[in-house]
Design a protein around this ligand. Sequence first.
Ligand SMILES: [Zn+2]
Length: 116
Amino acid sequence: MATHPLAAELAAIREMASQITRDGHTEAECVADLGHTCTGHDAERLADVAEVALTLADEWHLKAMGIGEQMDISDAVGAKAGFMMCTAQAYENCSKALTSAITTALLGEVPDGDGS
Ligand SMILES: [Zn+2]
């Protein structure tokens, strides 16, 4: 996650959130005092969600690349090669769609090379 293109944006969000949470209060204390979690804790949880989703997208991309590396079109049975190719493409499409959606939500722009 540290090298992800959105890492800097998420770090900036966490830094802003920490200005609210740096006194060390817990989410339970927010709820007890405010009746809900504060915006600092909300931002931290949403940054966690974005990081988990981006990690998942990265894993799908790696699965697609792994399937591609295992393929040997010349030796494979046609149906098997087709299935592997479709599976790899599905992983890659899902990875790009998820990353694009998060990037658009965070930055308000569609990343280069989106292809969709
Ligand atoms: Zn709080």
